[in-house]
Write a protein that binds this ligand. Structure first.
Ligand code: B12
Length: 210
């Protein structure tokens, strides 16, 4: 479909205005928000990652691509987030310390919000102390995101800090992000792992029911 292809290309080229226009055009043409997300925005960002790995683009290009994706996501958000769903629990979400990647985290937050969870977004580069504060403020779930192999280890130290604070039993901890696996989640003592935003919604439901 031409619109999806143009949307994907706009993300790759870092053209925020075009990406925003294509999302609006797609919605007006009756394309589902989830399709625009997966086949346009996420496909574009995956291509940028591939090009970066191949040495075809560098950090500045990744950054403008991320800005285009973020701008387009803002338009898509009300369509992804169903309204009027009662709160099913409070999720404190953040990207681990040292890590500035937030697109995946924001998507997970949006999908959870759309499924009726109250979201406390702690942002990026989040130290353990901030997660601990959020638990003391009533979060039932802590969701940590990491995109770098150098920052994924901070998930483990955060879980340890939560345990040392005596709060581990009262919270469910889930983790995700491109370098994270189920076995890593098990190894560091998290309660669950999901590979994308829609499975994150299922996961939160499961861990809260356990
Ligand atoms: C965009 C991007 C950037 C942007 C980020 C902008 C932003 N606002 O986020 C910028 C330019 C800032 C950036 C910087 C860097 N980046 Co970068 N970046 C990327 C890129 C291309 C895309 C990431 C992305 O947004 N993907 C799209 C989203 C939708 O996917 P996602 O994040 O994986 O999230 C999904 C799932 O993982 C899951 N999920 C995510 N979080 C969570 C949390 C929970 C709880 C759950 C359940 C699920 C879940 O659900 C999400 C939705 O489906 C990746 C390439 C890649 N293949 O991932 C590199 C990549 C992550 N970056 C990389 C690197 C090296 C860097 C830099 C070190 C580069 C540099 N030399 O400066 C810096 C680090 C800065 C820092 N301290 O964080 C490497 C990491 C390598 C490694 N193994 O550690 C990658 C893999 C590129 C590569 N192939 O080498 N980057």
């Amino acid at each position: 479909m031409a619109i999806l292809e143009e949307l994907r290309a706009a993300v790759v080229d870092g053209q925020a205005k075009v990406a925003v226009a294509k999302v609006s055009e797609g919605l007006a043409a009756g394309i589902e928000a989830g399709t625009l997300l997966r086949e346009g925005l996420i496909a574009g960002m995956a291509e940028v990652g591939q090009l970066y790995e191949e040495g075809e683009v560098f950090v500045p290009e990744m950054l403008v691509a991320a800005r285009a994706m973020t701008a387009a996501l803002a338009v898509l958000k009300p369509h992804l987030v169903a309204e009027g769903v009662p709160s099913n629990g409070r999720v404190a979400i953040g990207t681990t310390q040292g890590d500035l990647h937030d697109i995946g985290k924001n998507l997970v937050a949006m999908m959870l919000e759309g499924s009726g969870y109250e979201i406390v977004d702690l942002g990026v580069d989040v130290p353990a102390a901030k997660f601990i504060e959020a638990i003391r403020d009533g979060a039932n779930v802590v969701a940590m995101s990491a995109l770098l192999t150098t920052t994924m280890t901070n998930m483990q130290s955060t879980i340890e800090a939560i345990r040392e604070a005596g709060l581990r039993e009262q919270v469910r901890i889930i983790v995700g992000g491109a370098p994270i696996t189920k076995s890593y989640a098990d190894e560091i003592g998290a309660d669950g792992y999901a590979e994308d935003a829609s499975s994150a919604v299922r996961l939160v439901k499961e861990v809260l029911a356990a």
